[in-house]
Write a protein that binds this ligand. Sequence first.
Ligand code: ATP
Length: 424
Amino acid sequence: MTNSRLKKLTPQFKNILRVSSKIAQKSGYNIYLVGGVVRDLLLNRPVFDLDIAVEGDAILLVKRLAEYLNKSFRKHHSFGTATLYYGNHKIDFATARQEKYPHYGALPKVRVSFLEKDLARRDFSINAMAISLNKKNYGQLIDFYGGRRDLKNGLIRILYPESFLDDPLRILRAVRFEQRFSFRVEPKTFLLMKNAIEAGALQLVHPHRLRNELILFLSEARPYRYIKRLYSLENFNFIDESVILNKNDFRFFIRAQSAIKFYKKEFKESNEIKSWVVYLAGILLNLSDEKYLEVINRFGFRKNQRDQAISIKEDLGKIKKLDHKRKASDIYKRLKSYSPEALVFFYAYFPKKNLRKNIRLFLEVLSQQKIKVKGRDLKKIGIQSSSFMGEVLKELFYRKLDKGLKTKGQELKEAKEIIKTNKS
Ligand code: ATP
């Protein structure tokens, strides 16, 4: 039975584990697969990245492994961790460690120790299991906290009573795993979680750590239920005490799920949409403009994400006006500067038929259009000034959208028209 869990991994992963095991053995280290990967293997869920705990120097081990496999890696000295990049996959190696909490909500300080202590610092029993990758018991499950039993019974259980106070982010994680797996928070754990919430523990966490966990929370596949659950427990006080969500907001989250699904299906090749931006903007929308800005700034989002979130709130009024039949070029001009996240937000926010039709027209048709006529074609018909050329090409593009010009010949004819009227 010992190896059967690892059998579910792809041949690529199995190979990496075998090689890691050999190199670890040569280096005199013990290594283990740990955390969420073990949980997912036991649940028969797909595994994308691996987490490996090393009783020894993780960075040195990865260096040797990367040399052997001829792959790249990245080291993080202050955490004693290193990541190996293998195709599309990431394999994180960490020196098995114990964490000290200097004060609630602070980033952990790392001190070297062993697997048992490493597992003891984890959030829940289902995430605190390991699988040995050592020759003597390769593939054996190591489960000090009854993680396997809890997995069978669908329970989220902390490992020690102060867990939520040591790291209140575990409150968000508990809700996340509870909802993702349709599990229950074990009754004692639930009581301690409620106590921590009532003590305002989440508000003590550094906003950047909160942001990272919130992004994971809102990036889950269909986070409507997650948001509802967290709101019923905590009201999003950790974001701001004036966050208020009503029935309409919850309806928005449901529509957002469908809009995101539609976008992902239709535009598989385009950039990944950051769905969390849509949900976060929805959560914050009822805040006053100043509060909205203050929250966005406090969490320290990247500039483009910050700008997106701001434009969503600022421009709702402008977008609302698109609820009419419009010229294609008008729709294009109105929507061209928005990110996919903002467009999906607007689509979900306004259930109005015409507005949605216009957004779809933009996404599916208008934003994909390109003119076939190039600057050099215009040069041939006598246009020298580059600024005039720019004007003509822009106008030509709008006319192409409005008149549905298809061939280069049609475009050239139209370009000549534009030039004639602009000259006269
Ligand atoms: P996911 O499937 O969402 O990636 P995961 O369990 O793999 O979930 P990660 O955030 O990648 O989640 O964390 C990996 C492991 O690290 C977890 O399984 C858990 O053991 C541990 N861990 C992560 N965050 C915490 C935390 N805040 N407190 C304690 N342990 C944590």
